[in-house]
Design a protein around this ligand. Structure first.
Ligand SMILES: Cc1cc2nc3c(=O)[nH]c(=O)nc-3n(C[C@H](O)[C@H](O)[C@H](O)COP(=O)(O)OP(=O)(O)OC[C@H]3O[C@@H](n4cnc5c(N)ncnc54)[C@H](O)[C@@H]3O)c2cc1C
Length: 323
């Protein structure tokens, strides 16, 4: 039986939410098209993820356990995925669109002769291929792309689908993998985010824009994020002026986020910013300009001075949480 093979990304001992979203959508697509749903996980302890993956409906799980996967390195990841693709011969290979898979998808397409559809917002498996919607031009428009090939590789933007469990008992296939000719050595991972919440996977994001003028404003953002258990994001304006680190930038040239709840604090809503957060489920905009474009996409809007609103909001959230 032909299959859809989903590459599972992990972080800190957990399957990334974005991978579970892709797995859930692929389960539905596999059901509609009479295909089997398979998953592949690369990790020093790949077998640790079997329970999670079968609870989301993966019927076959390829586990590639190797210490080299402690951090993402393009060469061994591409080699291992190529090996599992050769072994399992899927019709469709799908993965979440992450920093790592952005690098790997093109290499895999070249190695396997498959057709690549990177960074799609939606896709359907059809009788003879895959039909996908891709955001282009800073997500101003969606373009429809149809691919027809023996193997089609798709990466999916986070937040495009819901992660929904559907337990099965999976068959597990341990894969022997020996990395070959790895000339790249990862010495250290430098992260300015320290042990704070991973922005790309966060359920709640508080994002700061140019309305934040100084350290006092930055502290108000940090306090709101702390009260909510949220990750902190930023527009390019406050990254460029040095108030927030580059790792927090959201948008066309920053990260793509898809939280349940997104606070846009002093952000106007330029397309280059919204390209990175438009998949957020609930958007709360705080802006003193009632005509700011961000209000057109906001679920809730607070028009006023953020320096007055944030302390009240944070105090209210803290009071609710401690009640
Ligand atoms: C090629 C390219 C790529 C880009 N990539 C990105 C990207 O990845 N991410 C990104 O964010 N931008 C990106 N930009 C920049 C983008 O075009 C905007 O300039 C930027 O997003 C604006 O940031 P902002 O909303 O914080 O600032 P502004 O547009 O200046 O908006 C500030 C907002 O704060 C409000 N405000 C001010 N004071 C207060 C207050 N006291 N209380 C409440 N509200 C207040 C104002 O009313 C205003 O709406 C890119 C631009 C280009 C050309």
């Amino acid at each position: 039986m032909s299959s859809i093979l989903v590459y599972i990304s992990t972080n800190g001992g957990k399957v990334k939410r974005s991978s579970l979203e892709v797995l859930s959508h692929c389960r539905e697509q596999a059901g509609k098209n009479g295909l089997e749903l398979a998953a592949v996980v690369l990790d020093p302890r790949a077998e640790d993820y079997i329970d999670t993956l079968q609870s989301y409906g993966a019927k076959t799980i390829y586990t590639v356990s190797n210490p080299i996967f402690i951090n993402h390195l393009n060469a061994p990841v591409s080699q291992a995925l190529e090996q599992v693709i050769a072994q399992s011969k899927p019709r469709v290979f799908a993965c979440a669109s992450t920093e790592g898979t952005k690098d790997v998808l093109g290499a895999l397409a070249a190695r396997t002769g498959g057709a690549a559809l990177p960074d799609v917002a939606a896709f359907d498996v059809t009788a003879d291929g895959v039909s996908a919607l891709r955001p282009v031009m800073a997500a101003k428009i969606l373009s429809q792309n149809d691919a027809r090939a023996d193997l089609i590789l798709v990466s999916v933007r986070s937040g495009s689908y819901d992660a929904s469990p559907s337990p099965v008992v999976a068959g597990v296939v341990p894969v022997d993998f020996v990395p070959a000719d790895i000339s790249q050595v990862l010495r250290d991972v430098l992260s300015s985010a320290g042990d704070k919440i991973d922005l790309s996977e966060a359920n709640v994001v508080v994002a700061a824009g140019r309305g934040i003028k100084d350290e006092e404003g930055k502290q108000l953002v940090e306090e709101l994020a702390d009260a909510l258990g949220a990750a902190i994001g930023a527009s390019r304006a406050v990254v460029e002026n040095g108030l927030f680190p580059a790792t927090t930038q959201i948008g066309q040239t920053g990260k793509v986020v898809s939280p349940e709840l997104y606070f846009a604090v002093g952000i106007s809503g330029a397309v280059q910013h919204t390209a990175g957060m438009s998949n957020s489920k609930v958007i709360v905009a705080i802006n003193k300009d009632g005509d700011a474009p961000i209000f057109q996409m906001a679920s809730y809007g607070l028009v006023g001075d953020l320096y007055k609103i944030l302390p009240l909001l944070t105090a209210e959230i803290r009071a609710l949480k401690s009640a």
